[in-house]
Design a protein around this ligand. Structure first.
Ligand code: UDP
Ligand code: UDP
Length: 475
Protein backbone atom coordinates (compact mmCIF):
# COMPACT_ATOMS: atom_id res chain seq x y z
CA UNK A 1 0.00 0.00 0.00
CA UNK A 2 1.20 3.53 -0.70
CA UNK A 3 1.03 6.60 1.53
CA UNK A 4 -2.41 7.34 0.15
CA UNK A 5 -3.55 3.78 0.68
CA UNK A 6 -4.04 2.72 -2.96
CA UNK A 7 -2.60 -0.48 -4.30
CA UNK A 8 0.76 -0.21 -6.03
CA UNK A 9 0.88 -2.35 -9.10
CA UNK A 10 4.11 -4.33 -9.65
CA UNK A 11 4.40 -2.35 -12.88
CA UNK A 12 4.57 0.99 -11.07
CA UNK A 13 7.92 2.73 -10.83
CA UNK A 14 8.82 5.50 -8.40
CA UNK A 15 11.08 8.28 -9.64
CA UNK A 16 12.68 11.04 -7.54
CA UNK A 17 13.31 14.37 -9.27
CA UNK A 18 16.12 16.55 -7.99
CA UNK A 19 16.40 19.96 -9.71
CA UNK A 20 18.88 22.68 -8.80
CA UNK A 21 18.61 26.46 -8.63
CA UNK A 22 16.90 28.80 -11.09
CA UNK A 23 13.76 28.64 -13.21
CA UNK A 24 15.73 27.47 -16.24
CA UNK A 25 16.58 24.32 -14.28
CA UNK A 26 13.31 23.94 -12.36
CA UNK A 27 10.83 24.29 -15.23
CA UNK A 28 12.12 21.29 -17.21
CA UNK A 29 11.97 19.12 -14.08
CA UNK A 30 8.39 20.10 -13.29
CA UNK A 31 7.31 19.59 -16.90
CA UNK A 32 9.08 16.24 -17.08
CA UNK A 33 7.43 15.28 -13.79
CA UNK A 34 4.03 16.25 -15.20
CA UNK A 35 4.71 14.11 -18.29
CA UNK A 36 5.51 11.12 -16.07
CA UNK A 37 2.38 11.72 -14.02
CA UNK A 38 0.23 11.41 -17.13
CA UNK A 39 1.13 7.73 -16.98
CA UNK A 40 -0.57 5.47 -14.56
CA UNK A 41 2.59 3.48 -13.84
CA UNK A 42 4.76 6.37 -12.57
CA UNK A 43 4.96 7.76 -9.07
CA UNK A 44 6.96 10.93 -8.45
CA UNK A 45 8.87 12.41 -5.51
CA UNK A 46 10.16 15.97 -5.80
CA UNK A 47 13.24 16.98 -3.82
CA UNK A 48 13.04 20.64 -2.87
CA UNK A 49 15.27 23.10 -1.06
CA UNK A 50 14.06 26.02 0.94
CA UNK A 51 14.20 28.98 0.59
CA UNK A 52 14.64 29.14 -3.16
CA UNK A 53 16.76 31.87 -4.76
CA UNK A 54 13.84 33.41 -6.63
CA UNK A 55 10.19 33.85 -5.82
CA UNK A 56 9.26 32.35 -9.18
CA UNK A 57 10.86 29.04 -8.13
CA UNK A 58 8.94 28.76 -4.86
CA UNK A 59 5.69 29.78 -6.54
CA UNK A 60 6.05 27.24 -9.33
CA UNK A 61 7.01 24.48 -6.91
CA UNK A 62 3.97 25.06 -4.74
CA UNK A 63 1.69 25.34 -7.79
CA UNK A 64 3.07 21.99 -8.99
CA UNK A 65 2.57 20.33 -5.61
CA UNK A 66 -1.02 21.64 -5.31
CA UNK A 67 -1.87 20.48 -8.82
CA UNK A 68 -0.42 17.01 -8.15
CA UNK A 69 -1.19 16.09 -4.52
CA UNK A 70 -0.01 12.54 -5.27
CA UNK A 71 3.59 13.84 -5.55
CA UNK A 72 5.69 13.43 -2.40
CA UNK A 73 7.81 16.48 -1.59
CA UNK A 74 11.09 15.75 0.20
CA UNK A 75 12.89 18.74 1.60
CA UNK A 76 16.67 18.83 1.60
CA UNK A 77 17.99 21.16 4.28
CA UNK A 78 21.01 22.89 2.84
CA UNK A 79 24.26 23.26 4.71
CA UNK A 80 25.14 26.98 4.65
CA UNK A 81 28.01 27.81 2.33
CA UNK A 82 30.45 30.61 3.04
CA UNK A 83 30.39 32.71 -0.19
CA UNK A 84 34.10 33.38 0.30
CA UNK A 85 34.76 29.68 -0.43
CA UNK A 86 32.91 29.81 -3.76
CA UNK A 87 34.51 31.55 -6.69
CA UNK A 88 31.31 33.25 -7.87
CA UNK A 89 29.08 36.11 -6.80
CA UNK A 90 26.06 34.87 -8.76
CA UNK A 91 23.33 33.87 -6.28
CA UNK A 92 22.20 31.03 -8.55
CA UNK A 93 25.71 29.65 -8.84
CA UNK A 94 26.22 29.93 -5.08
CA UNK A 95 23.06 27.88 -4.70
CA UNK A 96 24.26 25.25 -7.20
CA UNK A 97 27.32 24.83 -5.04
CA UNK A 98 25.32 24.73 -1.79
CA UNK A 99 23.06 22.00 -3.19
CA UNK A 100 26.11 20.14 -4.38
CA UNK A 101 27.79 20.31 -0.99
CA UNK A 102 24.60 19.16 0.76
CA UNK A 103 23.89 16.27 -1.60
CA UNK A 104 25.35 13.69 0.81
CA UNK A 105 22.31 14.34 3.04
CA UNK A 106 20.18 12.81 0.32
CA UNK A 107 20.89 9.15 1.14
CA UNK A 108 18.61 8.84 4.22
CA UNK A 109 15.87 10.86 2.48
CA UNK A 110 15.89 8.61 -0.56
CA UNK A 111 16.07 5.35 1.35
CA UNK A 112 12.98 6.32 3.36
CA UNK A 113 10.84 6.73 0.21
CA UNK A 114 7.77 4.54 -0.01
CA UNK A 115 7.26 2.68 -2.25
CA UNK A 116 11.01 2.26 -2.79
CA UNK A 117 12.54 4.36 -5.56
CA UNK A 118 13.70 2.97 -8.87
CA UNK A 119 15.50 6.02 -10.20
CA UNK A 120 16.85 9.43 -9.39
CA UNK A 121 16.64 12.09 -12.12
CA UNK A 122 18.87 14.98 -11.13
CA UNK A 123 20.31 18.26 -12.32
CA UNK A 124 23.44 18.32 -14.46
CA UNK A 125 25.27 20.28 -11.75
CA UNK A 126 24.93 17.35 -9.29
CA UNK A 127 26.57 14.49 -11.17
CA UNK A 128 29.63 13.72 -9.02
CA UNK A 129 28.03 14.18 -5.58
CA UNK A 130 24.88 12.23 -6.45
CA UNK A 131 26.15 9.22 -8.41
CA UNK A 132 27.75 7.45 -5.40
CA UNK A 133 24.52 7.87 -3.42
CA UNK A 134 22.40 6.47 -6.25
CA UNK A 135 24.87 3.59 -6.65
CA UNK A 136 24.83 2.77 -2.93
CA UNK A 137 21.03 2.57 -3.03
CA UNK A 138 21.02 0.63 -6.32
CA UNK A 139 19.03 3.40 -8.00
CA UNK A 140 19.32 4.21 -11.64
CA UNK A 141 20.74 7.69 -12.07
CA UNK A 142 19.72 10.01 -14.91
CA UNK A 143 20.51 13.64 -15.68
CA UNK A 144 17.77 15.84 -17.06
CA UNK A 145 19.98 18.13 -19.12
CA UNK A 146 18.61 21.69 -19.12
CA UNK A 147 20.27 22.86 -22.33
CA UNK A 148 20.71 21.91 -25.99
CA UNK A 149 22.15 18.65 -27.30
CA UNK A 150 24.86 20.80 -28.87
CA UNK A 151 25.75 22.06 -25.38
CA UNK A 152 25.66 18.47 -24.14
CA UNK A 153 28.22 17.48 -26.75
CA UNK A 154 30.43 20.28 -25.43
CA UNK A 155 29.93 19.24 -21.80
CA UNK A 156 30.76 15.61 -22.71
CA UNK A 157 33.92 16.70 -24.45
CA UNK A 158 34.94 19.27 -21.85
CA UNK A 159 37.74 17.43 -20.08
CA UNK A 160 39.34 16.54 -23.43
CA UNK A 161 39.31 20.22 -24.39
CA UNK A 162 40.56 21.36 -21.05
CA UNK A 163 43.47 18.91 -21.24
CA UNK A 164 44.33 20.36 -24.66
CA UNK A 165 44.40 23.86 -23.14
CA UNK A 166 41.56 25.27 -25.22
CA UNK A 167 41.19 28.10 -22.75
CA UNK A 168 44.41 29.75 -23.88
CA UNK A 169 44.00 32.65 -26.30
CA UNK A 170 46.31 31.14 -28.93
CA UNK A 171 44.53 27.80 -29.13
CA UNK A 172 42.44 26.82 -32.18
CA UNK A 173 39.56 29.33 -32.47
CA UNK A 174 37.26 26.45 -33.43
CA UNK A 175 36.42 23.58 -31.09
CA UNK A 176 36.11 20.42 -33.12
CA UNK A 177 33.88 17.76 -31.62
CA UNK A 178 33.41 14.63 -33.74
CA UNK A 179 30.06 14.69 -35.51
CA UNK A 180 29.30 18.30 -34.50
CA UNK A 181 29.82 21.40 -36.61
CA UNK A 182 32.71 23.30 -34.98
CA UNK A 183 31.93 25.56 -32.02
CA UNK A 184 33.76 28.89 -32.17
CA UNK A 185 35.80 29.61 -29.06
CA UNK A 186 33.86 32.88 -28.79
CA UNK A 187 30.67 30.87 -28.13
CA UNK A 188 32.02 29.13 -25.05
CA UNK A 189 30.34 30.27 -21.83
CA UNK A 190 32.80 32.94 -20.56
CA UNK A 191 33.31 31.36 -17.11
CA UNK A 192 34.57 28.19 -18.82
CA UNK A 193 37.53 30.06 -20.25
CA UNK A 194 38.73 30.53 -16.70
CA UNK A 195 39.93 27.17 -15.31
CA UNK A 196 39.44 28.44 -11.76
CA UNK A 197 35.82 29.46 -12.10
CA UNK A 198 33.25 27.45 -10.19
CA UNK A 199 31.61 26.41 -13.47
CA UNK A 200 34.94 25.08 -14.85
CA UNK A 201 35.74 23.20 -11.67
CA UNK A 202 32.32 21.55 -11.59
CA UNK A 203 32.57 20.51 -15.23
CA UNK A 204 36.12 19.20 -14.84
CA UNK A 205 34.90 16.94 -12.05
CA UNK A 206 31.58 15.97 -13.63
CA UNK A 207 32.31 15.56 -17.32
CA UNK A 208 34.33 12.32 -16.90
CA UNK A 209 31.52 10.91 -14.73
CA UNK A 210 28.83 11.22 -17.42
CA UNK A 211 29.55 7.65 -18.46
CA UNK A 212 28.48 6.40 -15.01
CA UNK A 213 24.92 7.63 -15.57
CA UNK A 214 22.21 5.26 -16.75
CA UNK A 215 21.08 7.87 -19.19
CA UNK A 216 20.56 11.50 -20.09
CA UNK A 217 17.14 13.02 -20.70
CA UNK A 218 16.99 16.12 -22.86
CA UNK A 219 14.30 18.60 -23.88
CA UNK A 220 15.11 18.45 -27.56
CA UNK A 221 13.89 16.74 -30.72
CA UNK A 222 14.97 15.74 -34.20
CA UNK A 223 14.21 18.60 -36.56
CA UNK A 224 15.56 21.19 -34.15
CA UNK A 225 18.82 19.43 -33.33
CA UNK A 226 19.22 16.65 -35.83
CA UNK A 227 23.01 16.92 -36.04
CA UNK A 228 23.82 16.83 -32.32
CA UNK A 229 21.23 14.18 -31.44
CA UNK A 230 22.49 11.90 -34.20
CA UNK A 231 26.13 12.46 -33.28
CA UNK A 232 25.55 11.72 -29.60
CA UNK A 233 23.25 8.75 -30.25
CA UNK A 234 25.69 7.38 -32.79
CA UNK A 235 28.47 7.40 -30.19
CA UNK A 236 30.53 9.83 -32.27
CA UNK A 237 31.05 12.49 -29.59
CA UNK A 238 32.50 10.38 -26.80
CA UNK A 239 32.93 6.67 -26.37
CA UNK A 240 30.86 5.10 -23.63
CA UNK A 241 28.37 7.95 -23.32
CA UNK A 242 25.11 6.83 -21.70
CA UNK A 243 21.88 6.49 -23.70
CA UNK A 244 20.21 9.76 -24.62
CA UNK A 245 16.44 10.17 -24.40
CA UNK A 246 15.16 13.09 -26.48
CA UNK A 247 11.98 13.69 -24.49
CA UNK A 248 11.27 17.13 -25.93
CA UNK A 249 9.61 19.35 -26.73
CA UNK A 250 8.24 19.81 -23.22
CA UNK A 251 4.76 21.29 -23.30
CA UNK A 252 3.58 23.79 -20.69
CA UNK A 253 1.07 22.51 -18.12
CA UNK A 254 -1.96 23.92 -16.34
CA UNK A 255 -0.10 24.18 -13.00
CA UNK A 256 2.15 26.89 -14.47
CA UNK A 257 -0.69 29.37 -14.84
CA UNK A 258 0.08 32.20 -12.46
CA UNK A 259 -2.40 33.59 -9.96
CA UNK A 260 -1.77 37.02 -11.40
CA UNK A 261 -2.65 37.31 -15.02
CA UNK A 262 -0.49 37.87 -18.03
CA UNK A 263 -1.91 40.92 -19.83
CA UNK A 264 -3.30 39.15 -22.87
CA UNK A 265 -6.13 41.63 -23.55
CA UNK A 266 -3.80 43.89 -25.46
CA UNK A 267 -2.52 40.96 -27.52
CA UNK A 268 -6.08 39.91 -28.27
CA UNK A 269 -6.58 43.19 -30.12
CA UNK A 270 -3.52 42.92 -32.38
CA UNK A 271 -3.46 41.47 -35.91
CA UNK A 272 -2.24 37.92 -36.37
CA UNK A 273 1.54 37.47 -36.26
CA UNK A 274 2.17 41.22 -35.91
CA UNK A 275 3.75 41.41 -32.43
CA UNK A 276 7.37 40.86 -31.48
CA UNK A 277 7.77 39.52 -27.93
CA UNK A 278 10.95 40.62 -26.14
CA UNK A 279 12.22 38.82 -23.04
CA UNK A 280 15.56 37.73 -21.67
CA UNK A 281 14.34 34.98 -19.37
CA UNK A 282 14.14 34.64 -15.64
CA UNK A 283 17.58 35.75 -14.47
CA UNK A 284 19.08 38.22 -16.92
CA UNK A 285 18.91 41.93 -16.17
CA UNK A 286 20.13 44.26 -18.90
CA UNK A 287 22.09 47.37 -17.97
CA UNK A 288 20.02 50.56 -17.78
CA UNK A 289 21.80 51.88 -20.91
CA UNK A 290 20.94 48.73 -22.79
CA UNK A 291 17.33 48.87 -21.61
CA UNK A 292 17.08 52.40 -23.06
CA UNK A 293 18.49 51.25 -26.41
CA UNK A 294 16.09 48.29 -26.55
CA UNK A 295 13.16 50.68 -26.02
CA UNK A 296 14.45 53.08 -28.68
CA UNK A 297 15.04 50.17 -31.03
CA UNK A 298 11.52 48.83 -30.61
CA UNK A 299 10.07 52.26 -31.37
CA UNK A 300 12.31 52.56 -34.44
CA UNK A 301 11.37 49.11 -35.70
CA UNK A 302 7.85 50.34 -36.32
CA UNK A 303 6.60 46.91 -35.20
CA UNK A 304 4.12 46.21 -32.42
CA UNK A 305 5.90 44.82 -29.39
CA UNK A 306 5.35 43.13 -26.04
CA UNK A 307 8.43 43.81 -23.93
CA UNK A 308 9.15 42.28 -20.51
CA UNK A 309 11.63 44.52 -18.71
CA UNK A 310 13.88 43.03 -16.04
CA UNK A 311 16.08 45.19 -13.88
CA UNK A 312 17.44 42.72 -11.30
CA UNK A 313 18.87 39.24 -11.66
CA UNK A 314 16.79 37.93 -8.72
CA UNK A 315 13.07 38.76 -8.86
CA UNK A 316 12.83 39.34 -5.09
CA UNK A 317 15.10 42.34 -5.49
CA UNK A 318 13.02 44.11 -8.15
CA UNK A 319 11.92 47.40 -6.65
CA UNK A 320 11.56 50.30 -9.11
CA UNK A 321 8.55 50.68 -11.36
CA UNK A 322 8.67 50.93 -15.15
CA UNK A 323 9.09 54.69 -15.10
CA UNK A 324 12.15 54.40 -12.85
CA UNK A 325 13.79 51.74 -14.96
CA UNK A 326 12.80 52.70 -18.51
CA UNK A 327 12.29 56.42 -17.92
CA UNK A 328 9.13 58.51 -18.34
CA UNK A 329 10.17 60.02 -21.66
CA UNK A 330 10.78 56.69 -23.36
CA UNK A 331 7.61 55.25 -21.84
CA UNK A 332 5.74 58.16 -23.42
CA UNK A 333 7.37 57.50 -26.82
CA UNK A 334 6.30 53.87 -26.66
CA UNK A 335 2.70 54.62 -25.76
CA UNK A 336 0.28 53.14 -28.30
CA UNK A 337 3.04 51.20 -30.10
CA UNK A 338 3.37 48.24 -27.79
CA UNK A 339 2.98 46.83 -24.33
CA UNK A 340 5.73 47.11 -21.74
CA UNK A 341 5.54 45.22 -18.45
CA UNK A 342 7.85 44.52 -15.54
CA UNK A 343 6.52 41.28 -14.08
CA UNK A 344 6.54 37.52 -14.58
CA UNK A 345 4.45 36.63 -17.61
CA UNK A 346 3.22 33.24 -18.71
CA UNK A 347 5.63 32.96 -21.61
CA UNK A 348 3.98 29.91 -23.15
CA UNK A 349 0.70 31.76 -23.25
CA UNK A 350 2.38 34.71 -24.95
CA UNK A 351 4.29 32.62 -27.50
CA UNK A 352 1.22 30.57 -28.36
CA UNK A 353 -0.91 33.69 -28.87
CA UNK A 354 -1.97 34.18 -32.50
CA UNK A 355 -0.82 37.83 -32.45
CA UNK A 356 2.81 36.94 -31.67
CA UNK A 357 5.02 36.42 -34.73
CA UNK A 358 8.56 36.93 -33.45
CA UNK A 359 10.67 36.64 -30.30
CA UNK A 360 13.76 38.61 -29.32
CA UNK A 361 15.31 36.06 -26.97
CA UNK A 362 18.47 35.52 -24.94
CA UNK A 363 18.18 31.86 -26.03
CA UNK A 364 17.86 30.21 -22.66
CA UNK A 365 17.14 26.67 -23.80
CA UNK A 366 13.61 26.55 -22.38
CA UNK A 367 12.74 29.71 -24.30
CA UNK A 368 14.14 28.24 -27.52
CA UNK A 369 12.11 25.05 -26.98
CA UNK A 370 8.94 27.04 -26.36
CA UNK A 371 9.46 29.17 -29.50
CA UNK A 372 10.09 25.98 -31.50
CA UNK A 373 6.94 24.36 -30.14
CA UNK A 374 4.82 27.29 -31.30
CA UNK A 375 6.76 27.93 -34.50
CA UNK A 376 7.73 31.48 -33.49
CA UNK A 377 10.85 32.83 -35.17
CA UNK A 378 13.68 34.14 -32.99
CA UNK A 379 16.07 37.06 -33.12
CA UNK A 380 18.79 35.51 -30.95
CA UNK A 381 20.55 37.84 -28.57
CA UNK A 382 22.56 35.55 -26.28
CA UNK A 383 23.72 37.21 -23.08
CA UNK A 384 25.68 34.64 -21.11
CA UNK A 385 26.33 30.97 -20.33
CA UNK A 386 25.31 28.39 -22.93
CA UNK A 387 23.21 30.92 -24.86
CA UNK A 388 25.55 31.45 -27.83
CA UNK A 389 25.75 27.70 -28.35
CA UNK A 390 21.94 27.65 -28.29
CA UNK A 391 21.86 30.61 -30.70
CA UNK A 392 23.95 28.53 -33.10
CA UNK A 393 21.20 25.89 -32.96
CA UNK A 394 18.57 28.55 -33.62
CA UNK A 395 20.45 29.78 -36.66
CA UNK A 396 21.41 26.37 -38.04
CA UNK A 397 17.88 24.98 -37.74
CA UNK A 398 16.40 28.03 -39.44
CA UNK A 399 14.31 28.90 -36.39
CA UNK A 400 15.84 32.35 -36.33
CA UNK A 401 18.65 34.80 -36.93
CA UNK A 402 21.60 35.77 -34.77
CA UNK A 403 23.71 38.94 -35.00
CA UNK A 404 27.00 37.58 -33.74
CA UNK A 405 28.65 40.98 -33.51
CA UNK A 406 26.36 41.97 -30.63
CA UNK A 407 28.56 39.91 -28.32
CA UNK A 408 27.81 39.00 -24.72
CA UNK A 409 25.75 41.02 -22.27
CA UNK A 410 27.02 44.50 -21.74
CA UNK A 411 28.84 44.57 -18.41
CA UNK A 412 28.65 40.76 -18.21
CA UNK A 413 32.37 40.29 -18.74
CA UNK A 414 33.85 37.31 -20.46
CA UNK A 415 34.84 38.81 -23.75
CA UNK A 416 35.91 42.17 -25.04
CA UNK A 417 32.85 42.95 -27.13
CA UNK A 418 30.59 43.92 -24.25
CA UNK A 419 29.35 47.11 -25.90
CA UNK A 420 25.86 48.50 -25.62
CA UNK A 421 23.97 47.61 -28.81
CA UNK A 422 22.39 50.71 -30.27
CA UNK A 423 18.69 51.20 -30.84
CA UNK A 424 19.11 51.82 -34.60
CA UNK A 425 20.63 48.40 -35.06
CA UNK A 426 18.10 46.70 -32.81
CA UNK A 427 15.25 48.34 -34.75
CA UNK A 428 16.71 47.22 -38.08
CA UNK A 429 17.10 43.60 -36.96
CA UNK A 430 13.63 43.48 -35.44
CA UNK A 431 12.25 44.66 -38.80
CA UNK A 432 14.27 41.95 -40.53
CA UNK A 433 12.88 39.34 -38.13
CA UNK A 434 9.29 40.41 -38.52
CA UNK A 435 9.49 40.98 -42.28
CA UNK A 436 11.20 37.73 -43.28
CA UNK A 437 8.69 35.49 -45.04
CA UNK A 438 11.06 32.53 -45.50
CA UNK A 439 12.02 32.77 -41.83
CA UNK A 440 8.35 32.73 -40.86
CA UNK A 441 7.75 29.62 -42.97
CA UNK A 442 10.79 27.76 -41.66
CA UNK A 443 9.86 28.51 -38.03
CA UNK A 444 6.31 27.33 -38.70
CA UNK A 445 7.74 24.13 -40.19
CA UNK A 446 9.76 23.50 -37.01
CA UNK A 447 6.55 24.06 -35.03
CA UNK A 448 4.87 21.33 -37.12
CA UNK A 449 7.73 18.92 -36.45
CA UNK A 450 7.57 19.79 -32.73
CA UNK A 451 3.86 19.04 -32.59
CA UNK A 452 4.32 15.73 -34.42
CA UNK A 453 7.07 14.80 -31.95
CA UNK A 454 4.57 15.38 -29.14
CA UNK A 455 1.76 13.23 -30.55
CA UNK A 456 1.04 9.62 -29.62
CA UNK A 457 3.63 7.61 -31.54
CA UNK A 458 5.82 10.71 -31.91
CA UNK A 459 9.49 10.84 -30.92
CA UNK A 460 8.83 12.36 -27.48
CA UNK A 461 6.38 9.66 -26.49
CA UNK A 462 8.65 6.95 -27.86
CA UNK A 463 11.60 8.27 -25.86
CA UNK A 464 9.47 8.38 -22.71
CA UNK A 465 8.33 4.81 -23.35
CA UNK A 466 11.93 3.74 -23.74
CA UNK A 467 12.87 5.47 -20.47
CA UNK A 468 9.99 3.86 -18.57
CA UNK A 469 10.78 0.51 -20.19
CA UNK A 470 14.26 0.76 -18.67
CA UNK A 471 12.81 1.52 -15.28
CA UNK A 472 10.56 -1.51 -15.53
CA UNK A 473 13.65 -3.63 -15.84
CA UNK A 474 14.83 -2.38 -12.44
CA UNK A 475 13.73 -4.24 -9.37
N1 UDP B 1 9.60 32.54 -18.07
C1 UDP B 1 8.28 32.89 -18.00
N2 UDP B 1 7.97 34.18 -17.78
C2 UDP B 1 8.88 35.15 -17.59
C3 UDP B 1 10.25 34.79 -17.67
C4 UDP B 1 10.59 33.48 -17.92
O1 UDP B 1 7.39 32.05 -18.17
O2 UDP B 1 8.50 36.29 -17.39
C5 UDP B 1 9.96 31.11 -18.27
C6 UDP B 1 10.28 30.81 -19.70
O3 UDP B 1 9.11 30.50 -20.42
C7 UDP B 1 11.22 29.61 -19.56
C8 UDP B 1 11.92 29.87 -18.23
O4 UDP B 1 11.11 30.79 -17.52
O5 UDP B 1 10.46 28.42 -19.44
C9 UDP B 1 13.28 30.50 -18.41
O6 UDP B 1 14.18 29.54 -18.83
P1 UDP B 1 15.22 29.81 -20.01
O7 UDP B 1 15.99 28.55 -20.17
O8 UDP B 1 14.53 30.31 -21.21
O9 UDP B 1 16.15 30.98 -19.50
P2 UDP B 1 16.80 31.38 -18.07
O10 UDP B 1 15.73 32.13 -17.35
O11 UDP B 1 17.22 30.13 -17.37
O12 UDP B 1 17.94 32.24 -18.45
N1 UDP C 1 26.04 23.17 -16.97
C1 UDP C 1 26.68 22.00 -16.75
N2 UDP C 1 27.12 21.70 -15.51
C2 UDP C 1 26.90 22.53 -14.48
C3 UDP C 1 26.23 23.71 -14.69
C4 UDP C 1 25.82 24.01 -15.96
O1 UDP C 1 26.88 21.22 -17.66
O2 UDP C 1 27.32 22.20 -13.37
C5 UDP C 1 25.65 23.46 -18.35
C6 UDP C 1 24.19 23.42 -18.53
O3 UDP C 1 23.95 22.99 -19.80
C7 UDP C 1 23.83 24.86 -18.37
C8 UDP C 1 24.94 25.50 -19.15
O4 UDP C 1 26.05 24.75 -18.70
O5 UDP C 1 22.55 25.09 -18.83
C9 UDP C 1 25.18 26.98 -19.00
O6 UDP C 1 25.24 27.37 -17.71
P1 UDP C 1 24.83 28.86 -17.31
O7 UDP C 1 25.99 29.57 -16.74
O8 UDP C 1 24.09 29.49 -18.41
O9 UDP C 1 23.81 28.56 -16.16
P2 UDP C 1 22.29 28.21 -16.32
O10 UDP C 1 21.60 29.41 -16.89
O11 UDP C 1 22.08 27.04 -17.22
O12 UDP C 1 21.91 27.89 -14.93
Amino acid sequence: MSRSGDLISPQTRHVALFPSAGMGHLIPFLRFGALLLRRTNCRVTLITVNPTVSLAESQHTSQFLSAYPQVTPLQLNLIPVDPATVNSDDPFWLRFEAVRRSAHLLGPLLSSASPPLSALVHDVSLISPVIPIAESLSLHSYVLFPASARMLSFVSYFSTFAAAGFGSANSDPLLRIPGISPIPRSSIPPPLLDPNSLFSRILMEDSPNLSRLNGILINSFEGLETEALEAINGGKVTKGSPPLFAVGPFPPFEFEKAEWSTPLNWLDQQPEGSVVYVSFGSRTALSRDQITEVGEGLVKSGCRFFWVVKDKKVDKEEDGGLNDVVGGELMEKMRGRGLVVKQWVDQSEVLSHRAVGGFVSHCGWNSVGEAALYGVRILAWPQNGDQKINAEVVRASGLGIWVESWGWRSGGGGDDRTVVVKGDEIGERVRELMGGESLRLQAAKIGDVARKASEVGGTRENALERFIGELLETK
